[in-house]
Design a protein. Structure first.
Length: 185
């Protein structure tokens, strides 16, 4: 899958905060979570890992939610963090744009409710796709998600980006289940 990093372990207070923000409208967490992801990007040296330079642009791509989840939330909850990461890249001398190039055709139930890696992979299998002709050939991508539970969503997103020609992908998430642990913060 490539490199994936998380800010914290998805348990206790972190779990409650992320779920409150994600599913219960706690938008006041947008800034804190965006700051945490930017700090993570800096600590893991994401721009070096991508091989980005001043002449190369970076795409910041939020992992897609299902249309049902987006409607229920009334917003695309990862967009504030994606925009903050693009701004951080800019302050680091790298042109970056946020692009919602991925779509999730899965439209039933919450992904975190699917039990086990096999169940999540089967549920997502082939359902994460690149929208239209996204122009990803040779691109360097920072993929942003909220929770790495089994890695199935990240793997599906990376596979779709790879198939569309992305040169390099680094994955950042707010939290990862204890199975994956914390990588930087």
């Amino acid at each position: 899958m490539g490199a994936a990093y998380a800010c914290a372990v998805y348990e206790g207070a972190v779990r409650r905060a992320v779920l409150g923000w994600k599913d219960h409208g706690d938008e006041e967490c947008d800034r804190a979570f965006a700051t945490a992801l930017c700090t993570l990007a800096e600590r893991v040296d994401v721009l070096r890992r991508l091989g980005a330079s001043g002449k190369d642009g970076v795409l910041v791509v939020p992992a897609p939610s299902s249309a049902r989840s987006t409607r229920r939330r009334g917003r695309r909850h990862l967009m504030p963090s994606a925009r903050a990461l693009a701004a951080w890249c800019g302050r680091s001398g790298i042109d970056a744009r946020v692009r919602r190039v991925l779509a999730n055709a899965v439209d039933g139930g919450k992904a975190v409710e699917t039990v086990g890696a096999r169940g999540r992979a089967a549920r997502l299998g082939g359902r994460i796709r690149v929208r239209g002709s996204a122009g990803l050939a040779g691109s360097r991508v920072i993929l942003v998600d909220d929770i790495i539970t089994t890695g199935a969503t990240m793997r599906s997103c990376v596979a779709a980006l790879d198939a569309a020609g992305a040169a390099r992908v680094v994955c950042l998430a707010l939290a990862a289940t204890p199975r994956y642990g914390v990588s930087a913060m």
